[in-house]
Design a binder for this molecule. Structure first.
Ligand SMILES: [Zn+2]
Length: 406
């Protein structure tokens, strides 16, 4: 007589296990131990079972679960590899070794916590196709490739999380403090907490492994973080080794969450750090005073200063009051809208003066032509040659039209 006992009951933290469940968990642990021993000593039988009529392999691995999700997962992984770096149209974000180190399976769990707009932002940020000035300057006239916060030339995707502007730095440190607190509250080893927070506070200028000795238990983990780099960490691409380390560590603590929940919480906070920087950056770019953004204000001031340099004698006399009867100190302190009105007035006056000069030149040319015609009329008639009359294309045109009408 057999009885079903639920497997992996120890995965539910805080659940009190029955005797049968505890025995089942113990059997699982012993089986895993025996399997690992066999792998180390290479004393195992072939994994191909006898009498298998169909055997499906995806890459080097045999499919042991449902076919459809296995094929989908394999195909998605192949496409992700191409997108991230090493396909014909790869974006060179990471290399193949880095790709294999990353714990990708955490993303479905993390992304469930965010709305679709956040997921859209993440896709754009991860692929580097977001509206940073480095890209906008290519196709949007008037956009310069500088950081809107610190005015650093070259606002690339790496600069978003490394901007040294005071406001953004304050927010960055606040978010790192939140992450530190969360890690401490969730039974994270103090070495990992310190390793990650110091790396973030230094903005990635100092590697994690440089603060550990090669004999340290966490040296391999720190090296994995270093190998993936700053951008991977801030975009939630954590090493698989971290999840394994936390799995082993949390099993010996009273924590009610497992390694996957811990990793999901960790990645979620990392993504929030990057997203907060992006939001702050956009608040500077899109925040409007007098209906104008910061860039538009700067453009108005630049044009205002440019027009102050022109000579009023270039304008028509009726428009010179724009320069002569105006207090420029008051105008300089006035709102951007008032400056815009003055700029538009001066630009109109310049256009009117240009039009006036053009008209005068044309009337002068016409007068000169008339005088020349008159002098030709007064001169003796030229001697006509006995050359044949020129062919008149208009005659042909008229005849052609008549034929068409018939
Ligand atoms: Zn900046």
């Amino acid at each position: 007589m057999y009885e079903w006992v639920e497997g992996h009951a120890d995965a539910y933290k805080g659940r009190k296990l029955t005797l049968k469940e505890r025995l089942n968990v113990r059997c699982d642990a012993l089986a895993k131990e025996a399997l690992m021993d066999a792998l180390y000593s290479r004393s195992f039988i072939s994994s191909d079972f006898p009498f298998e009529t169909v055997r499906v392999k995806l890459g080097p691995r045999k499919v042991t679960k449902s076919l459809r999700p296995s094929i989908l997962h394999h195909s998605s992984r192949r496409i992700a590899k191409q997108v991230f770096g090493f396909g014909p149209r790869g974006s060179k974000i990471i290399n193949e070794e880095q790709f294999e180190l990353i714990y990708w399976d955490i993303f479905p769990r993390v992304l469930k916590k965010f709305p679709s707009s956040f997921r859209d932002w993440l896709s754009k940020t991860v692929t580097g196709c977001c509206g940073i000035n480095h890209f906008l300057s290519y196709w949007k006239p008037g956009v310069r490739d500088v950081c809107p916060s610190c005015k650093y030339p070259g606002e690339t995707i790496m600069h978003i999380t490394r901007c040294p502007e005071a406001g953004r730095t304050t927010i960055f440190y606040e978010m790192v403090t939140d992450l530190e607190q969360w890690m401490a509250d969730n039974y994270t080893p103090s070495t990992i907490t310190e390793m990650v927070s110091t790396y973030l506070r230094n903005r990635g200028t100092e590697s994690m492994s440089s603060r550990l000795t090669p004999h340290s238990h966490f040296f391999a983990l720190a090296s994995a973080f270093d190998f993936l780099g700053w951008r991977c960490l801030l975009e939630g691409r954590i090493p698989t080794l971290l999840v394994q380390e936390m799995h082993n560590h949390l099993a010996n603590t009273p924590s009610r969450i497992g390694a996957l929940d811990w990793a999901a919480g960790f990645v979620e906070r990392l993504l929030r750090i990057t997203h907060r920087q992006w939001q702050y950056r956009n608040s500077v770019v899109h925040y409007k005073v007098d209906g104008l953004t910061q860039d538009e204000h700067e453009a108005v001031i630049s044009r205002f200063e440019e027009l102050l340099q022109i000579d009023p004698s270039q304008l028509l006399s009726k428009h010179r009051h724009l320069f002569e009867s105006l207090d420029f100190e008051d105008l300089g302190n006035a709102s951007a809208v008032t400056k815009q009105y003055w700029i538009y007035s001066v630009e109109s006056a310049l256009a009117a003066a240009a039009h006036h000069r053009h008209s005068r030149r044309r009337s002068h040319d016409a007068l000169t032509d008339t005088c020349e015609v008159q002098s030709l009329r007064d001169s003796p008639a030229p001697i006509l040659h006995s050359a044949p009359a020129p062919h008149l294309p208009c005659e042909l045109g008229i005849r052609y039209k008549k034929r068409r009408m018939k």
